[in-house]
Design a protein. Structure first.
Lengths: 291, 361, 255
């Protein structure tokens, strides 16, 4: 039964990584850029919802505050693209990588100024009670995380495969100039994707803050989500979720069965192994460039 | 404007294009050697810090600016250099051998790591190197018998043929040591740039396809770049160990890796000047901020994340408004004066380029 | 024996046959042109010779050496240089530096020597520089010597790319659409250069080109491709008169 318990708690953690990884993959799919601040987006999303909900701040009902927080983060993502990232148009990928890392620093600093550095918990209706299935105990928050994550992945996947906007986003990433000539408003499409990823981050943040405490450094979780996205292959949404689950499940098992000190290494060792043996993830999308 | 009248091919190969530049850099060097007589101990320590960061910056610049491979894991190589040097000296190897060897060792380890990692492109490389940086911390803890783990290590006093050098009690001697290493590294860098390997680096950075067609072996060239970069970084790491006086698993963290990369971007990617300009910012920003903070909110109030936050802000502004970094701005100002009053605003305008997918390599 | 001999080369991308059982040979000292409609497999043939693509079948012999035993970067060492259809220059380097990369296969110095910039490295550099200056004189690139590629007009870039290939002193020069995107005057220049490359430098030229004027002006033999297979081979006049070629270009019914 212990194995099952570890598996379940690993899955719930993995879903949080998966949700953050979804945010990276969204942006990567549509703009070829990587948002190294996605973890910090999640942290900001969590703090915004906390600021709206918790009694010592705005004290709004959770079911009003949550959608509001998600919309605020969507707008935040869109504006960030409008005022910052759009000006990077035509610069190298490395520039975007460095810029988003710097953005993460700034976001952490700002969050610390506004909400302080003490860990806080979201007063969320999701946090109430446990679910007992035989001897396995599951927090309600964990159940909610798993359900929401799978739904999000499904809908986003459908969005990219089926809708015109989703396809336009993919086209915009593969060849900006060609997409322009085909009449795709590349810049606006990219703005929308940043908005979408902001909303995804807010969802991840709300779920994460329902499950445990957050502080401005919670965004550093993003590094594990990266590992997840890479293991899954950067271009694939279901891959991101799968990668998240793999990392999430490995962690509790490594902590339980490996000697102390080796357990933290496990996810990164796996990441490096994947990069060495399947350089573009388990669900690869790379082809050879024509000259 | 200065006009170069060239009479032989050797002209383009020289370290300095003309007497004027030679005299400027000569003066700078003299000033650098006279510095211990001009500054007090505190500021001399700060300048030493700038130089150490500049060496590390040169190391990363060779990889990122010259060869186009962004690494977010160079703190791991700072750590390797630092630990290798300290452990060698503890084993009784004299400094004059241990120090160069520490760099070479870091370079070799770099190449071994590079072989699988450098097949990766762009972001994948960035992420793999992040993992390296995170792993370095854990590995130092795990190898406690040699590394001292969490409790850390204290580097012994440097002795070169009986001549003692210590950072706190004889700051000017330590400064000279760092200065000499800086000059050697800068010369190595400059020499590589004007020889076939340096051009191969640029070729790999700009077009792997045509580099291959011209006979450049991509993996081997990247491997060399990684090795050389790690070697220089290793030396910087060893010096950082002496400068800090003590170090443990957390000294060379991911934040240091990131700071290093941001530093060379702020300084100006692809130029030797950039490493030095960036180092000045990294070394003096904390001082400037703490002075500013004491004046605005009063001393004793700690604002966590202030330094990294402001540093991030500066970087964002640079990437948005001056992607060529401080060195790029410096070039523009210089050109403006040289051409006065004929400088035009669009002389440095970048060409617009469209992003194409990385998935098609 | 021919300088370059290709037999039964075949390459498929997924289900698409890009090059189908293609055989041809290039003689020492000639200009050999490959023509054909878009997607006929011309550039693919080049990429096979450059070893960027791995063929399914076929043999590639260059002057007695089996090209299939070489890695892509070793092809240059044999004395094969090439240009690209969509110019692949080193954007953030000067024209001079680009041309000097062409000398890469002639380098003799080691990493350690270069780090210390020994007198030998200096001598070698001056030797490379001389070789590059010859190319600069030949192609009239003097005004651009120290200019960055990123700021140069298209026509000049095309010439710089040719220069980079020439700087390596190849035995076989592969030109992938040397005249595409060039003006009428620039195409004329290109024509004289290709003539001189063959006559003065003694370099064999294999080129892919759409401009039939240029092709018939400079080439000794022409190979017409369609759907990855040989359609016709012979002198420019013979190929242009071949009914199968006319049909491939203009469509059935035009004959």
């Amino acid at each position: 039964m212990e194995v099952l318990q570890l598996l379940v708690s690993g899955l719930a953690n993995g879903c949080v990584y998966g949700l953050i990884a979804l945010g990276f993959v969204l942006i990567y799919k549509a703009t070829e850029a990587v948002n190294f601040a996605q973890g910090d987006f999640m942290m900001i999303g969590a703090f915004v919802s906390l600021g709206l909900t918790n009694a010592e701040y705005m004290d709004l009902p959770f079911w009003i505050a949550a959608p509001l927080a998600i919309s605020i983060m969507a707008v935040f993502g869109y504006l960030l693209d409008l005022f910052v990232l759009r000006h990077l148009f035509g610069q190298s990928q490395t520039a975007v990588v460095i810029l988003t890392i710097a953005m993460g620093f700034v976001l952490r600093f700002v969050a610390g100024l506004i909400w302080g550095h003490e860990p806080q918990t979201l007063e969320s209706p999701l946090a109430l009670g446990d679910l007992h299935l035989g001897s396995v105990v599951l927090g309600m928050a964990d159940v909610a995380i798993i359900i929401v994550t799978f739904l999000m992945t499904f809908f986003l996947y459908q969005f990219f495969q089926r809708t015109k906007l989703g396809l336009a986003m993919q086209a915009a990433s593969q060849n900006q100039m060609a997409a322009y000539f085909m009449g795709i408003p590349v810049k606006r499409v990219q703005g929308l994707v940043w908005g979408l990823s902001g909303a995804t981050a807010a969802v991840a943040g709300i779920l994460f803050a329902s499950k445990g405490a957050i502080d401005p450094n919670a965004g550093l979780l993003g590094i594990k989500a990266f590992a997840a996205a890479v293991i899954g292959g950067f271009g694939s949404l279901p891959g991101a979720l799968a990668g998240g689950l793999i990392v999430g499940v490995i962690e509790p098992f490594a902590a339980r069965y490996l000697a102390a000190g080796y357990s933290q290494i496990a996810p990164y060792a796996l990441l490096l192994a994947v990069l060495v043996f399947r350089p573009h993830g388990l669900f690869s999308q790379v082809r050879v460039k024509k000259v | 404007m200065r006009i170069h009248f060239k009479t032989s091919y050797a002209h383009d190969i020289r370290l300095f294009p003309d007497r004027w530049t030679l005299s400027i850099y000569g003066t700078l060097l003299l000033l650098a050697f006279a510095l211990p007589y001009l500054l007090d101990e505190f500021f001399l320590g700060e300048v030493t810090n700038v130089l150490i960061w500049a060496i590390a910056g040169l190391g990363l610049m060779l990889l990122t600016g010259q060869t186009g491979q962004a690494s977010l894991g160079h703190a791991a190589f700072l750590a390797i250099g630092c630990y290798a040097n300290t452990i060698l000296i503890e084993q009784g190897v004299p400094f004059i051998i241990a120090f160069p060897l520490a760099g070479v060792l870091t370079g070799v380890i770099g190449v071994i790591i590079a072989i699988p990692v450098l097949r990766l492109h762009g972001i994948y490389l960035a992420i793999a190197t992040i993992a390296l940086s995170v792993l370095a911390d854990d590995i130092i803890v795990l190898t406690e018998p040699w590394s001292g783990g969490v409790s850390g290590k204290f580097p012994e006093m440097i002795t070169i043929f009986g001549f003692e050098i210590e950072r706190w009690s004889m700051p000017s001697r330590f400064y000279y040591l760092v200065l000499v290493v800086t000059i050697i590294c800068t010369l190595f860098y400059r020499n590589l740039l004007r020889s076939p390997l340096g051009r191969a680096f640029a070729a790999v950075r700009d077009s792997e396809v045509s580099a291959t067609a011209m006979g450049v072996h991509i993996a081997r060239t990247k491997g060399k770049a990684f090795g050389l970069s790690c070697m220089i970084t290793g030396w910087a790491g060893a010096l950082m160990g002496y400068y800090a006086g003590t170090f443990n698993n957390e000294t060379f963290s991911l934040v240091i890796s990131i700071t290093l990369l941001m530093m060379i971007v702020i300084g100006g990617l692809g130029s030797i000047h950039g490493a030095f300009f960036g180092a000045v910012v990294v070394a003096f920003l904390p001082q400037a901020l703490s002075i500013l903070k004491d004046n605005v909110v009063g001393s004793g109030v700690a604002i966590p994340g202030l330094e990294t936050g402001v540093f991030g802000m500066i970087l964002i502004l640079f990437i948005l408004f001056e992607p060529m970094g401080i060195y790029g701005r410096w070039l523009k100002i210089r050109t403006w004066f040289e051409l006065f009053p004929f400088a035009r605003k669009d002389m440095f305008r970048r060409q617009k380029s469209y992003l194409k997918t990385e998935r098609l390599r | 024996m021919s300088l370059l001999e290709i037999k039964n080369a075949t390459l498929k991308f997924g289900g698409v046959v890009a090059v189908n059982d293609l055989s041809f040979s290039v003689e020492e000292g000639e200009v050999y042109a490959i023509v054909g409609p878009n997607g006929a497999g011309k550039s693919t043939a080049f990429n096979l010779i450059s070893r960027f693509y791995e063929p399914f079948a076929g043999s590639f012999i260059f002057d007695g050496t089996n090209l299939l035993d070489c890695e892509a970067d070793q092809v240059a060492d044999l004395g094969i240089a090439r240009t690209f259809q969509n110019i692949e220059l080193f954007e953030h380097a000067t024209v001079l530096q680009n041309l000097l990369v062409g000398r890469h296969r002639h380098r003799k110095t080691t990493l350690l020597e270069e780090m210390f910039f020994t007198p030998r490295v200096r001598r070698e550099e001056e030797r490379h520089r001389e070789a590059v200056e010859e190319v600069i004189d030949f192609l009239d690139l003097q005004p651009y010597r120290n200019k960055m590629i990123a700021g140069l007009p298209y026509g000049v870039r095309k010439v710089v790319e040719l220069g980079r290939a020439l700087a390596s002193k190849p035995r076989l020069l592969l030109l992938d659409e040397p005249a595409s995107g060039l003006s009428v005057e620039e195409t004329q220049d290109m024509r004289w250069w290709i003539d001189d490359i063959r006559k003065q430098m003694g370099i064999t030229v294999l080129m892919v080109e759409h401009d039939m004027g240029l092709v018939s002006g400079v080439s000794d033999r022409v190979l017409a491709l369609a759907d990855g297979a040989k359609l016709a081979e012979g002198t420019p006049a013979e190929v242009q008169a071949n009914p199968a070629v006319i049909e491939a270009y203009l469509g059935a019914g035009a004959v």
